[in-house]
Design a protein around this ligand. Structure first.
Ligand code: GLN
Length: 485
């Protein structure tokens, strides 16, 4: 088998036995990138020399008998996480030449674990979008059908994993940006509980929603990456001081006695027939593994899109105020005075979707409107949280679709922001509630496009999500299919 096609745990087993070296593995990944990147365009920045040096250092460690689970494993990082000395653009012109002087906590942890950083992946500008088309630099293509989007905003990370251009990747999820591209690209994606993974060095979009998480080829790899990146961080006041369980050990136990809820509000109009079919088949498999499935109600689901598209732009408008051309990033040099410089820098530096959100957010937060919009949205957000709390009194997990349709065509929704927003309907409520969500491949459409199953759980119960995902994966073979490139 080609080395680039390995999962993290398979590669680890070979590295540990010294049947392969980290240098060989990393070189194979770069060869694969050379072969397919022209079609996929997953990466904004590649760091070959650095990565090869990191691989040589990893081999030295392995030679001394120190082969931890991520030692010598080539990973990709969404270009919204700061990497010391390596360009971090957030998919935006305003940060086109920004080279952070520090590492985000997640990247630091991965480097401490001696993982290899292959490069930085494409995304919707600042994470705002569901197709990666809002990147200021390029389009990323879905490896399963190059005329379609990979989903977004972590579309570059999902496409890189699906196309075997890395062994695993890191993404961020504010309202679905890990789960939805994972679903559209046929890989596994986990949005952890808000507070589980440090946001330090993750460039802020909507601070009360943003979370960092893994995108991988299977659930075992998801557990391995999660183990390494989670945990309390003094640098992030919202990270929760709570010890992490042994995620890999938790995978093994079966599903006997598990109760899974099926939210009836998720059977919405517009839910694609094939997505619905794949979901129903998945539910049957999970029942067959010993779980009991029952219908539950999340009555405030219908308000989630409106609530999210107030809360997220409001927080974004405040977070993005820092890009003023003064301290770092782009500065328009033609302006006559300070006010012009602010305006011209931000007009040239931000793309249309980001500007739209800044305008919506600024409006919603302005004096006189605050209570009617942000205040009201925060109240509805509490109701959505209560819905989940109620449902989890009777269930261990919830099973839901990730997105209403498989991956859509490039350009299809680009001129229709509302229809793009509506496609987030199943991923937004869990984000507003801060609960964890796992997307695992659960089937294919007739056209051969992957479909994901979303497994939702209680706060900090990633363990149970991964256990359900792992058992499902053992009983099916969707995750083993690869796109033909
Ligand atoms: N698609 C959603 C948005 O556009 C979510 C993006 C995300 O999770 N970063 O805001």
């Amino acid at each position: 088998m080609d080395l680039y096609g390995l999962t993290i745990h398979e590669a680890h087993a070979l590295l540990r036995k010294r049947e392969i070296s980290a240098v060989e593995l990393t070189a194979a990944v770069f060869e694969r990138i050379e072969e397919v990147e022209e079609k996929v365009s997953a990466y904004l920045t590649l760091a070959r020399d650095r990565a090869m040096a990191q691989a040589a250092a990893a081999d030295e460690l392995i030679g001394r008998g120190a082969c931890a689970p991520l030692t010598g494993i080539p990973l990709a990082i969404k270009d919204i996480l700061c990497t010391e000395g390596m360009r971090t653009t957030c998919g935006s012109k305003i940060l086109e030449n920004f080279i952070p002087p520090y590492n985000s906590t997640v990247v630091k942890k991965l480097r401490t674990a001696n993982a290899i950083i292959v490069g930085k992946t494409n995304l919707d500008e600042f994470g705002m979008g569901s197709s990666t088309e809002h990147s200021a630099f390029m389009l990323t293509h879905n490896p399963w059908d190059l005329t379609r989007t990979p989903g977004g905003s972590s579309g570059g990370s999902a496409a890189a994993v699906a196309a075997d251009e890395c062994l695993g990747a890191i993404g961020s999820d504010t309202g679905g940006s890990i789960r939805q591209p994972a679903s559209h690209c046929g890989v596994v994606g986990l949005k952890p509980t808000y507070g589980r993974v440090s946001r330090f060095g993750l460039v802020a979009f909507a601070s009360s929603l943003d979370q960092v998480g893994p995108l991988t080829k299977d659930v075992t790899d998801c557990a391995l990456l999660m183990q390494e990146i989670c945990g309390h961080d003094a640098m992030d006041s919202t990270s929760v001081p709570r010890p992490a369980p042994d995620y890999t050990r938790a995978l093994g136990s079966g599903l006997d006695g598990l109760v899974a809820g099926i939210p009836k509000e998720y059977h919405v109009e517009g839910l694609d027939e094939e997505v619905s079919q794949a979901l129903n088949d998945a539910i049957k498999v999970i029942e067959g593994l010993g779980a009991t499935c029952r219908e539950v109600s999340l009555p405030h689901t219908g308000y989630a899109v409106a609530t999210y598209y107030l809360v997220a732009p409001a927080e974004a408008s405040s977070n993005l105020a820092r890009y003023d051309g003064v301290r770092y990033g782009l500065r328009d040099a033609t302006s006559a005075d300070l006010m012009d410089m602010y305006r011209d820098t931000r007009s040239k530096g931000f793309g249309p979707e980001v500007q739209r959100r800044i305008i919506i957010g600024t409006y919603a937060l302005s004096a006189g409107y605050y209570e009617a919009y942000y205040g009201k949205a925060s109240q509805v957000r509490t109701l959505i949280m209560e819905d989940f709390k109620q449902a989890f009194q009777a269930c261990d997990v919830l099973l839901a679709p990730v997105a209403p349709t498989p991956a859509f065509k490039l350009g299809e929704k680009l001129d229709d922001p509302l229809s793009m927003y509506l496609s987030d309907i199943f991923t937004l409520p869990p984000s507003l509630a801060g609960i964890p969500g796992l997307s695992v491949p659960c089937g294919f459409s007739r056209e051969g496009l992957p479909v994901g199953l979303q497994i939702l759980g209680k706060h900090f119960d990633e363990e149970t999500l991964m256990r359900v995902g792992y058992n499902f994966e053992q009983a099916t073979d969707h995750h083993q299919r690869k796109p033909k490139l």
